[in-house]
Design a protein around this ligand. Structure first.
Ligand SMILES: [Zn+2]
Ligand SMILES: [Zn+2]
Length: 445
């Protein structure tokens, strides 16, 4: 049986052919149009006058007004964020002191005596405000001077505006920020090269590449903290010391025993009698390993110690993380916050719980690896602390995927800096740190 649709089939193929022809003509026309547009653009580029190259802030605003507007707005926002974090941390402190009524007392909450953030807030405002203000001013200037707009303009303006880092008074913080910004810049350059298929790092397409990088960086930092604390800046040492549960004299004893040096028995004894456990712990000058009874004298059970360490870290760091997620959001997105205050509050709590859980798990796992080593081996080795740091860093898997790369980028410069210091110290690398590197030296001054 012949299909009833055979004559339309012929029509169909005819229509198809015509459609194809029309399509081809259309494609030719579009290509011709694009060619003309490109020619016109190239022509305009060649004959462009100084005045006719428009700034991206539009013609109704002068370049100076644009730069000053940016400076003021950024200054106020960053000042607000810093003061807001200070107030919230003060409120947490009052709550912990059980003085709930004082929360309503403005004098106690924001008085100059207790809230010493004004100078720092000004410096941070000047840092970020100065950066954005001079960045926009420089870009307008370069656009006018060079009569063209290239990525080089943005890089040059950014590098010069980077001098606003001088607004920070602490040289260590300047160095930390400079390292962080360098890592960011390297990441931008790398991403751009990767997207253009110019070059990409072996392993960068792995699913957990960022977590691996974070683990390597943490291994180095935790090793440095135990064995080479002088290779980390003081603020870093203080942060790790305060977050973890083990006392400073104990770390020193571990360090000495790993290196085969005599342990400072007197200061260790003083520490143990301070916590009330000097009675039965026998101290030697050359122990093969510092035992659990000295690392956690408060309890005999390793499991209880790890549980305590984890929950204590949670309690200590939650206020900070909550303030760090909540305040910037409120200040930067005031409109969104007033639209949905409870939702914002809830999201901030969720984010802070997640980040605090990650940090607490880090501390718990680190202690766990150290205790487990003592259960199996009777000798200590300095690499135990490197490995413990790397394993503990796997807790970063509790964080959001996007945060993991950011955290890796935050710790990596510190780890490289510390490794560099140790290698120079062992004469494996020549010491060019202070002699031939002009700019890090400049930030250190
Ligand atoms: Zn301009
Ligand atoms: Zn233990």
């Amino acid at each position: 049986m012949a299909p009833p649709s055979s004559p339309p089939l012929v029509d169909n193929s005819d229509a198809e052919r015509r459609l194809r022809e029309a399509e081809e003509r259309l494609r030719d026309a579009i290509e011709e149009l694009q060619r003309r547009q490109r020619r016109a653009a190239a022509h305009a580029q060649q004959h462009r006058h100084v005045d006719s190259l428009p700034c991206d802030h539009g013609p109704d605003e002068s370049c100076v007004a644009h730069a000053i507007g940016n400076l003021c707005q950024t200054f106020l926002l960053s000042y607000g964020v810093r003061v807001g974090i200070g107030i919230l941390l003060r409120a947490f402190k009052l709550v912990r002191g059980q003085s709930y009524s004082s929360l309503l007392d403005l004098k106690q909450l924001v008085s100059e005596k207790d809230l010493i953030v004004r100078e720092e807030a000004c410096r941070i405002g000047l840092l970020f405000g100065g950066f954005t203000g001079s960045y926009h001013a420089l870009r307008c200037l370069l656009r006018k001077l060079r009569k063209k707009e290239t990525p080089a303009n943005a890089v040059l303006a950014g590098s010069i505006a980077g001098f606003s880092i001088m607004a920070l008074n602490d040289s260590n913080r300047r160095r930390t920020l400079a390292l962080y910004l360098l890592a960011r810049l390297a990441q931008c350059a790398y991403n751009s090269a990767k997207s253009k298929n110019k070059f990409h790092l072996w392993g960068s397409h792995w699913r957990h590449g960022d977590s691996l990088l974070f683990a390597l960086a943490c291994a180095q930092v935790m090793y440095a903290f135990v064995m080479r604390p002088e290779s980390l800046p003081k603020s870093y040492q203080d942060f790790i010391q305060k977050t973890g549960p083990v006392a400073e004299p104990v770390y020193k004893a571990v360090r000495d025993s790993c290196r085969g040096h005599p342990v400072d028995v007197a200061s260790l004894h003083a520490y143990l009698s301070r916590v009330g456990r000097s009675d039965y712990v026998k101290l030697e000058e050359f122990p093969s390993i510092i035992p659990c009874s000295i690392i956690h004298p408060a309890t005999n059970s390793c499991l209880a110690h790890q549980g305590n360490a984890t929950s204590l870290t949670f309690k200590k760091t939650f206020p900070l993380y909550f303030s760090l997620t909540f305040v910037p959001f409120v200040v930067l997105h005031l409109q969104k916050f007033t639209d949905a205050p409870f939702r914002t509050f809830w999201l901030a709590i969720k984010g802070a719980v997640r980040s605090t859980t990650f940090l607490s798990a880090f501390v718990g796992i680190f202690q766990g690896v150290i205790c487990s080593h003592r259960k199996v081996f009777s000798r200590d080795h300095k690499l135990v602390y490197w490995i413990a740091g790397g394993i503990a860093a796997l807790s970063v898997l509790l964080e959001k995927k996007a945060r993991r790369g950011e955290l890796a980028l935050y710790v990596l410069p510190r780890a490289v800096d510390s490794l560099w210091y140790i290698l120079v110290n062992r004469h494996l690398l020549p010491n060019i740190r202070n002699a031939e590197k002009p700019w890090p030296h400049f930030f250190e001054a």
